[in-house]
Ligand binder design. Structure first.
Ligand code: GUN
Length: 300
């Protein structure tokens, strides 16, 4: 039987609709206008697209979007000063510095400077540390910590598709700080038994054959083969790999980390690429910005 397609566009829209409602209610009840500051340094085309899409999403959700575009030769001191100014600006609830930064600027230095209470990316070590020490998913949500957007989006897709993680065997392929590690913690907080696989893992096909849930985040096109998938498994494909056109004169193609057609023939449900995890990242960023504005309003 063919897998159910997990529609990331529809699910991200549902999340954004909830955020839109929450932003309006917050303003009505407290007068607080949720606001997100996005800092883009340099002219990386992919980063420009991300930043533009974040601005569009903010507008749709009723969140004030403040964009700071700085030249590629910006100094670390100037970037740090901007972040400190945004930290001190009470009308800004979320700060996101678009990564990667141009050569010569330190991602870590600037991420560490962001006020953890405005760290809607969930990348500040204080947020990472708090998240690490919380055991149950419900407690994470109540703690006020910001969850990183892409891993949180993966869990939201599974939840809203009715996938039961309680006691499930989950295999996460990839051990990055941005996806692999945090998504593993989230799956564990939902009572899944989690194995983190990576480039040195032995018998990956055998391991994946035992998985009720697979999260592929290794950044290699069609790395996970359809024949490795256990019938009925839930497949979340985080990969976005740009590939040359199949025919001369055609368009570039985006493919995931999973061999989609072959996996969809055996899986229970699967995210497509594009239109799966991708749209969830920005939706969860909107959710985090509302969370931050709500927390600020409560402290006023
Ligand atoms: N670059 C690509 N994805 C992201 C993200 O989620 N956050 C930031 N800050 N930079 C990115």
């Amino acid at each position: 039987m063919a897998a159910k397609i997990i529609d990331g566009k529809a699910i991200s829209q549902a999340v954004k609709d909830e955020v839109t409602k929450g932003v309006a209610e917050l303003k009505e009840k407290t007068g607080v206008q949720a606001a997100l500051a996005v800092v883009l340094v340099g002219e990386d085309p992919a980063s420009q697209v991300y930043v533009r899409n974040k601005g569009i999403a903010c507008e749709k959700c009723g969140i004030k979007s403040i964009e700071h575009k700085l030249p590629a030769d910006t100094t670390q001191a100037a970037l740090n000063k901007l972040v400190e100014d945004l930290n001190n600006d009470d009308s800004v609830h979320g700060i996101l510095v678009q990564l990667p930064l141009p050569k010569g600027l330190s991602d870590d230095e600037v991420l560490n400077l962001i006020n953890p209470a405005k760290d809607v990316d969930g990348f500040h070590p204080i947020n990472v540390g708090k998240f690490l020490t919380i055991k149950k998913y419900a407690d994470i949500q109540a703690s006020g910590v910001f969850l990183p957007c892409t891993p949180h989006g993966c869990i939201e897709l599974l939840d809203r598709s009715g996938v039961d993680l309680n006691g499930a065997n989950a295999v996460v392929v990839g051990r990055s700080n941005i996806v692999g590690k945090p998504v593993s913690l989230l799956l564990m907080s939902k009572n899944a038994t989690v194995t983190i696989a990576h480039s040195r893992t032995k018998d990956l096909p055998g391991l994946i054959k035992s998985a009720d849930v697979v999260v592929a985040a290794i950044g290699m096109p069609e790395f996970v083969k359809g024949e490795w998938i256990k019938p009925g498994a839930a497949i979340i494909d985080v990969g976005i790999n740009r590939m040359p056109p199949k025919e001369e004169g055609g368009k570039d193609r985006l493919v995931g980390d999973v061999e989609y057609e072959a996996a969809a023939a055996v899986a229970g449900c699967i995210t497509p690429v594009p239109g799966g995890v991708g749209p969830m990242t920005i939706a969860m960023l909107m959710k985090n910005t509302l969370q931050s504005a709500t927390q600020f309003a409560a402290k006023k």
